[in-house]
Design a protein around this ligand. Sequence first.
Ligand SMILES: [Ca+2]
Ligand SMILES: [Ca+2]
Ligand SMILES: [Ca+2]
Length: 339
Amino acid sequence: METILFILLTAVNPYISRVFEYRPAPGQFINTLPAYEEGDTDETMAQKAEECIADDNQVLVSLGGYGGYVLFGFDHEVLNVEGAYDMKILGNAFYSAQLKEGEPMGGSSEPGIVMVSRDDNGNGLPDDEWYELAGSEETNEQTLFNYTITYYRPDADTPEEEYIRWTDSEGQTGYIPKNSYHRQAYYPEWIESDEMTFTGTRLRNNGIDTSGKGTYYVLYCFDWGYADNHPNELKEHPEQHASEFDIDWAVDKNRQKVHLNGIHFVKVYNAVNQVCGWLGETSTEIMGAYDMHPEAASGNALPAISQSETHHPRKVIHEGRMYIERNGTYYTPTGMVAE
Ligand SMILES: [Ca+2]
Ligand SMILES: [Ca+2]
Ligand SMILES: [Ca+2]
């Protein structure tokens, strides 16, 4: 009996276990990724987002325009292992096949800012202090901090080219146009308010019309520290860890570095306010995340994960028991190598 209890207490799920909030900004994939149905609420849409990105489900969730976010959590504390990346976030970024040798990396890069929080009051809810993981653009002069945007719900006679109007803290006004590919409502249908406001760090625009005539856009990658910014797997570039995150990058509200021993909650929001012609607005997508060293959280010593390891740890159920498979080796939840 003691053994059974011990296993139950120490088993951790390396993947997202819960989505607490899904609050996208308006966009061309909103109300479809995931699909809105009449009667849906904040709670049911968060549940739908959870079904997409929890465990190893890997279904895309769109965050819409700048500021739109998803807030998720793990069933354990993702520990900040010294000298190691701690968490991987999966998106759908890819490199353009037309890039030439030596060119900056780019293709479809729709960077999202990652924030983290620890359940300091122990109530299992994300109501504690938040910290941003500061990426490569922290010192870029074009990065805006405390940027605020408000989107307005369109009405039936709003012209499609001025479909979703926004105003921002820079004194600018613009629009997310409705395009011919996506004909559904772009404003989240379950939101009752006619305005949605988001505040955060805004990165410079990264999309360039390389054709010069609006037919081909390259969205260039930032170096590191953002979700949906580089591909999930980089087989030709094993030295790249661009979709992996180190809790050591955390900064507080005053952009001062803080040391966190671990985190329970993560918020990812779209970091750019950009429309690229026929491609439409740039919007971060997320399809999952995982703790890169779940064995550390169970207090057991597995072999250290090398920083070049890009293999996806996965949960396997065999004859009613859970194992974590990593690089072909199966571990029990208590960290023992299984036969
Ligand atoms: Ca770390
Ligand atoms: Ca809490
Ligand atoms: Ca994307």
